[in-house]
Write a protein that binds this ligand. Structure first.
Ligand code: ATP
Ligand code: MG
Length: 394
């Protein structure tokens, strides 16, 4: 907090108002670990850039400048009111304001619409502090209008439900059910970002149930979804990264072809492929201790498969520790550790390079992993010549 305070003091010394706002105020009141610190100020972006030596103008049209302080970044945003939303995109022009109250009025939920003053007191025009105490997620102002302006707020509401375990206020929930169809108007990338945070919440199970029961899932890619019956027995905390959580989720809603399905969610290809391969392995009856499996898929993937299986209530026969031990006992953990490489093979076999190299390397790897030959260059060479493993000429 102290670096943020330094920025605030500098802004004040230049005659501007400045406060810590948003998620950090909420998390501080909840005694939770703090995420990025956002600062709201009456200073306009050009003032901020003039006052601080190191700044990055990341969203000038929305009034946001990053200020670098001692190697850390802080988002400093000018007080603003939201202009008209066009086609559910963020407004292209924003009105800057001189009062923090105006700025708080445009924020999504009461628990996110508080500002922290230097003396530790809180500016809280919408009763955010009381809602935090009562565990309530309530839109600032008229929820129907607020979701109409920016439908992403509905996803945000459900993601805070998942993270905090709070209940949605009656009117906010009614508006969410009524405006759920507007989710189709906004970009999948923005929805995905909130959805991934939802999946990471301690209360993801109830949040997913609400996502389905409220009708929101009908308007998400490939929706609606339905969870398998045993819904409350699942412990999401077992899963510790996005890939594992997507895998768990897709298995729960019984997606047949994950790679294709996730395309509509615009998940980056690499992540899609990871989820796809984890799900395939979960669906197979994999032996977690087989040297070839450990080597081929790698420890990270097999650990992910282990976690997802455990999440689904399947008890793998080996523990993760046993799996790690088996991995450390492997004669080689990656191809670069093999006692021989493609160039050596070319010389030993006296042949032009070709696909035969990869296939021979694989055979050698397999035997080294099984322990039928030692990972020793001369022993490998002997095996190649003795067993006439020289493939036919291309
Ligand atoms: P996190 O801890 O996950 O970062 P956060 O509440 O800080 O949660 P951000 O996305 O970082 O969430 O947004 C910062 C603040 O900006 C929010 O607390 C809220 O006041 C405001 N905000 C963000 N998105 C919206 C939105 N779509 N509509 C209105 N206000 C928003
Ligand atoms: Mg934040």
């Amino acid at each position: 907090m102290t670096k943020a305070q330094k920025i605030i003091e500098t802004l004040q010394a230049n005659g501007f108002k400045a406060y810590i706002v948003g998620g950090v105020v909420r998390d501080r009141l909840l005694d939770k670990s703090l995420g990025d610190i956002d600062i709201a100020t009456s200073a306009h972006p050009e003032d901020v850039m003039r006052i601080f030596p190191k700044t990055i103008p990341i969203g000038l049209s929305h009034g946001t400048v990053i200020v670098r302080e001692d190697g850390e970044s802080f988002e400093v945003t000018t007080f603003r009111a939201e202009g008209e939303y066009e086609d559910y995109r963020r407004p292209s022009d924003v009105e800057f304001h001189d009062s923090i109250e105006e700025d708080l009025a445009r924020r999504d939920f009461t628990i996110n619409a508080m500002a922290l003053k230097q003396d530790g007191t809180i500016i809280d025009p919408y009763g955010g502090k009381q809602d935090l105490l009562d565990g309530i997620i309530r839109a600032v102002g008229d929820p129907f209008e607020r979701f109409q302006e920016d439908p992403l707020r509905m996803m945000r509401g459900i993601r805070f439900h998942s993270l905090l375990g709070f209940t949605l206020h009656e009117d906010t929930l009614a508006a969410l059910i009524d405006r759920a169809h507007l989710l189709e108007k906004i970009s999948v990338e923005r929805i995905r970002e909130e959805f991934e945070k939802l999946l990471a919440g301690a209360h993801a199970e109830v949040a997913l149930k609400l996502l389905i029961d409220s009708g929101m899932s009908k308007h998400l890619p490939h929706g609606p979804y339905s969870l398998d019956k045993k819904e409350y027995d699942f412990d999401w905390k077992i899963l510790y990264d996005d890939v594992q959580r997507w895998s768990g989720f897709l298995l729960r809603i019984k997606v047949a072809d994950p790679y294709d399905w996730l395309k509509a969610w615009r998940l980056p290809n690499q992540k899609r492929a990871r989820v796809d391969s984890i799900i395939r392995l979960v669906r197979s009856d994999i032996d977690f201790q087989s040297p070839v499996n450990l080597y081929m898929h790698g420890l990270e993937s097999l650990e992910a498969v282990h976690k997802v299986k455990a999440y689904l209530g399947e008890k793998p026969h080996v523990t993760i520790e046993e799996m790690r031990e088996s991995f450390t006992r492997l004669p080689i953990q990656e191809r670069s550790e093999l006692g021989i490489d493609g160039n050596d093979l070319k010389e030993i076999c006296n042949r032009k390079p070709g696909p035969w190299i990869a296939s021979l390397l694989e055979q050698i790897e397999q035997r080294v992993l099984e322990g039928s030959i030692k990972n020793d260059p001369s022993e490998i060479k002997e095996w190649i010549t003795k067993c006439h493993q020289l493939p036919e000429n291309d």
